[in-house]
Structures are given as C-alpha cells and as structure tokens.
Ligand binder design. Structure first.
Ligand code: GDP
Ligand code: IMO
Ligand code: MG
Length: 428
C-alpha cells in the first residue's frame, strides 16, 4: 500500500503522532501537508517523550524521510529550534525536505494573530497564537511570502513590502501597535535562509517519483476533520484543509495515487479553544477524562475540553474523509468507569439528527442523545491482541465500529509506540 493518509477524526489531539510514528519503520516518507506549529504531537518511544510541532512524526524513525509539504505554513525560527532540540537528543534530522512553495509565517502574522484574537473578545476562536490564520489569509489573498522567495532578496523585499503596506495601517490605526519595518522582517528571514537552502526542493516531484519506485509515503494530517476550514465547525476551525482531500493539494500528489485513508479516533472526545461541542462534560466525568487521559495541550498547555464519544462526528469523519480504516486511540483511559455513554444522535429543538446538522446554529443547540454501554474495571494497557481485552472493552470497540460504519483496524491502549492492538494491517 504505497500512499496512505492519516487524519484526525475529531477536533485534534486524537493521537495522530503516535500512530504515524508507529508506522514509521515501514514507511519511506512522512509528509506534513497542512497547518504549522499549531500542531502538537506527543510521541513516546521506549519511555522517552518527544513533542513535535512543525516536524512530521516520521522524523523519529531512522531511514524515513520527513517532508514539509507546500500546504504547510512554516515558522522558520521554530523549525530550527525543533531541529536543534531533536539533534541534541540524538535524533538524525538531516533527511528533512521542505517544499519551495510552502508559505512563511512572518513576525507580522504572529502579531496579527494575537491582536485579532484580543480584538474579537467574546467572539475569539481561541487560536494557538502562532500566526497560522493570518499566514493562510495572505496566501489566499496572494500577498504571501513563500520559502523560495527567501533566495531572491529583491523579490523577498518586494513581497514583504506589499504585505506590510496594508498591515501597518491596521496595526497602527486599529490595533494601536507599532509599525513593523520591511528591513526588520527581511533581515530576520534572510538570516535564516542559508541554513534552510539545502532542505528546500520540489517536494511534489520527489514524492511522485518515490511512489513511481514503489516506495511508501504517509501523509500526516495536522489538526482534524472538525477543524477543517471547509468541513469543520466554522468559524471555530483552523485555516487549512485538515481532511484527507487536503493531503493532495497540500503535497502535490494527486487523488488517483492515494490508496488508503486512516482516521485517528479517540475513544472519547476533546477540543481545545472555543466553539460548539455537544458532548462536553463540565462535571467530574469530564475531569476524570482530562486527568486520566492527560488532556492538556502539547502546544499551548491549555486544559482540553473533554466529553463522551460522539458517533455522529465519527460517522461524519468516515464519510468526509473516505476512511478505509480507523485507529481507535486511548481506550485505556476509559478503564474503571461503570457506564460509558455514547452519543448516537442529536436532538435539535425536538428533531432527531443522525447526521451533522446542516447549519451551525443547529449544531450549537444540539443536545446529545445517549446510549449507555457497560464499562470494564481491568487495566488494559498490557493488552496486545483483541482477545486480551475484557469483553466489555471488545464490545465497546465493536459497537463504535457499527455506529461509525467503518472498520476499526487498530486500538491504542497506552502512549508508548508498542501499546497498540492491531486487528488489520494498515499497510498490508
Ligand atoms: P495528536 O496531535 O493527534 O498527535 O495527539 P497529541 O499528541 O496532541 O495528544 C495525544 C496524547 O495521547 C499524547 O500525549 C499521546 O502520547 C497520548 N496517546 C496516544 N495514543 C494513546 C493511547 O492509546 N493511550 C493513551 N493513554 N495515550 C495515548
Ligand atoms: P493537532 O495537530 C487541537 C485549534 C485551536 C483553535 C483553532 C484555531 O495537535 O491535533 P489556529 O492556531 O490553528 O488558528 O487555531 O484550532 N487547533 C488545534 N486543536 N489540536 C491541534 O493540532 C490544533 N491546531 C489548532 O485551539 O481552537
Ligand atoms: Mg496534538
């Protein structure tokens, strides 16, 4: 199976990093195709913990080539810090490739992200403050700076000038901030460009040639289905296409070459930032999930909002991503609970919805319709085959499989690379 896409099925932090890393040894290339350092993937290898943001999770596997695709927005300073941190821990980062077409997060994007959020007040998105939205806005507005622009000073200067022209009016007159000079931005970017140069290439070409040779390419989605700018809970979303279709536009590999799409689905639901969340729990059950699941952001450290599993979202993710497989993660976190409510539909003003409501207002008012499944008391972290699981845990997995209408091919029972039950080989 040469081309496989991995996407988050909910609101992020499902354990995409662990799943990607676990496949790393059998994969030749891991491509990040959307987002930037808003992502936070915690990967645990033999008890050692790594927090990855901009770098694809394949970086931890010797022999696997990590690629930052054209759909990514790159904060170059952050990229080098992340590389340096990994190198200091003995990880070889020398194979990293970066697309010449990826867009650059400039200092003014970070500033604008923060001031816009403050200005929005109650209506804020709860962004990670990394400059993601303003950088994608410039890309769509056709005033962005691309990685390739760093190697032509006069082009770079012209582009930064074009971009700052309007923004300085905004910063000074609306947001009461100081103006940012073209020189300070250009100097900062040029200083970073030489170190970047050897990594920069036509990554779309490299990936298609790798597929031609029969090599395996894994496309690692950042964020998740409900954070997708087109298919998520807009406007409480990120600014890129985090669903499987984004893997093609964000990498330069066409849809006809994709063989498999794997959704990463948490056994319960979490969300960071603002926006609707029907199964959110404000009680001790929510606190249990947060504490037991360690649900604190890898990027911002914010406590994640927690709730029961939502099968309407699971079904939606199955459809919108065209999933061939699902990895159900963090099943171990549910151990010890007496009953496990699962949302099977929404009630919106007395009307039952089995699918995501068409309008956001309805989604905001959706009340979960729960079905209760029996829990299990045993610790399941040592389980390595489906039969090792208590029967109620097996039944929980089988019930979710029915509800989402797709097969659950692997089950996560702990943070470590090895703590996974494989039912169907994802690359077979
Ligand atoms: P990502 O953004 O989707 O890669 O997910 P994060 O890394 O932000 O959050 C997932 C967290 O759950 C990380 O701390 C992982 O180490 C951890 N994790 C992943 N899979 C499992 C699992 O099956 N069980 C447990 N207990 N933790 C897991
Ligand atoms: P991973 O890849 C969870 C959320 C932010 C905010 C919204 C927009 O680790 O799953 P942005 O900074 O992207 O403009 O913020 O999206 N968000 C994430 N939530 N996991 C992520 O990434 C996220 N990346 C962004 O909290 O609500
Ligand atoms: Mg994360």
């Amino acid at each position: 199976m040469p081309a496989i896409v991995v996407v988050g099925s909910q609101w992020g932090d499902e354990g995409k990093g662990k799943a990607t890393d676990a496949l790393g040894a059998r994969v030749d290339y891991v491509v990040k195709y959307n987002g930037g350092n808003n992502a936070g993937h915690t990967v645990v290898v033999g008890g050692e913990k790594y927090a990855l943001h901009l770098l694809p999770s394949g970086i931890l596997t010797a022999g696997c080539t990590p690629v930052i695709g054209n759909g990514v927005v790159v904060d170059i300073g952050v990229l080098f810090t992340e590389i340096d941190d990994l190198q200091a821990r003995g990880v070889d980062t020398s194979r990293l490739l970066v697309s010449a077409n990826a867009h650059v997060i400039a200092p003014y994007h970070r500033t604008l992200d923060k001031v816009t959020e403050r200005f929005l007040g109650q209506r804020r998105i709860g962004t990670t403050g990394r400059g993601i939205g303003p950088t994608y806005a410039d890309k769509i507005n056709r005033v962005g700076v691309r990685i390739q622009d760093l190697f032509d000073e006069s082009i770079l200067r012209a582009k930064v000038e074009g971009s700052l022209d309007q923004k300085n009016h905004l910063l000074v007159k609306i947001y009461n901030r100081r103006a940012i000079t073209v020189d300070e931005v250009v100097d900062e970017l040029l200083e970073l460009s030489e170190r970047l140069r050897p990594m920069v290439t036509d990554t779309g070409l490299v990936l298609c040639q790798a597929l031609d040779r029969g090599e395996t390419v894994l496309f690692e989605g950042g964020q998740a289905t409900l954070l997708d700018v087109d298919h998520g809970t807009y406007p409480f979303v990120t600014s890129s296409n985090a669903t499987s279709a984004g893997a093609c536009t964000g990498s330069g590999v066409p849809p006809t070459r994709i063989d498999r799409v794997v959704g990463i689905l948490k056994a319960y639901t979490t969300r960071v930032g603002e926006g609707p969340f029907p199964t959110e729990l404000d009680d001790e059950s929510g606190e249990f999930l947060r504490t037991t699941g360690g649900e604190f952001g890898t990027t911002t450290g914010r406590p994640r909002r927690c709730g029961w599993f939502d099968a309407v979202i699971g079904r939606y993710s199955q459809r919108i991503n065209g999933l061939t497989d699902t990895v159900l993660t963090k099943l171990d976190v549910l151990s010890g609970l007496e009953k496990l409510p699962v949302c099977v539909a929404y009630d919106v003003d007395g009307v039952r919805h089995e699918e995501m409501p068409m309008s956001q207002s309805d989604f905001h008012h959706a009340t979960p319709v729960y079905e209760e499944l029996p829990g299990w008391q045993q610790d399941i972290t040592a389980a390595r085959s489906f039969q090792d699981l208590p029967v109620n845990a097996q039944n929980y997995v089988l019930a979710l499989e029915q509800m989402i209408g797709g097969r659950i091919s692997a089950v996560g029972v702990g943070p470590d690379r090895e703590a996974t039950i494989v039912r169907h080989d994802l690359l077979g």
